[in-house]
Design a protein around this ligand. Sequence first.
Ligand SMILES: N[C@@H](CCC(=O)N[C@@H](CS)C(=O)NCC(=O)O)C(=O)O
Length: 215
Amino acid sequence: MSALKLYIGNYNYSSWSLRPWLVLRKAELPFTEEVIDLDIPGYKDRLLALSDAGTVPVLMVNGEALSDSLAISEFCAKAVPNLWPKDPAQKVEAERVVKLMHTGFEAIRREAPMNLRRRTSTKMPKDCLEDAAQIVEMWDDLLGRHNGPFLFDDWSIADAFYTPVATRFASYDLPRTARSDTYISELMSDPDFQDWEMQAFAETHILPDTDKVNQ
Ligand SMILES: N[C@@H](CCC(=O)N[C@@H](CS)C(=O)NCC(=O)O)C(=O)O
């Protein structure tokens, strides 16, 4: 495997960066990482110098830039088996729920941005609560049909995509069932996630606009 370098946003805030970072960790693919502080003067130029997307994450593979969390996760899945469920029907379902997260749930993303240092019990907007309820229903259904502790029994890319969502439930105290609460705890006690979280707690860079959301 070629040398891999993952460019990521700030540990505390960059949910899209956390997803492929977890996938690389679970794939046991060696990689280095570099944080690009978001929302500081010149940050966009740095992102655009890396890839036309102008966003993080970006995975450099032998000098070639691969942007987008899902594309990077798919790259890992091609290199290493078992990052998607083995059962073909489960794989289709896992891909569907990942795509749902990748393109949807706009209200929870806007109103409850990932902010690992944040803990609040503020009243959340209705559309955010509707997204949260839909996610809990989906988690409960998948967890009920499989043997857990993950959405498709063993850990998969689907769990990477919902880990930042789990942190939003904890940060903004969003309503959930006992079954979903157990799943959230499982994701948040994952040793790889905890390594990431430690970096977030140690980080001093602040995104004031994100910190203000639903303060
Ligand atoms: N669809 C992209 C979204 C990437 C994205 O929006 N990343 C944010 C950080 S979490 C970003 O780079 N924001 C900086 C900006 O848009 O200027 C993915 O899945 O990687």
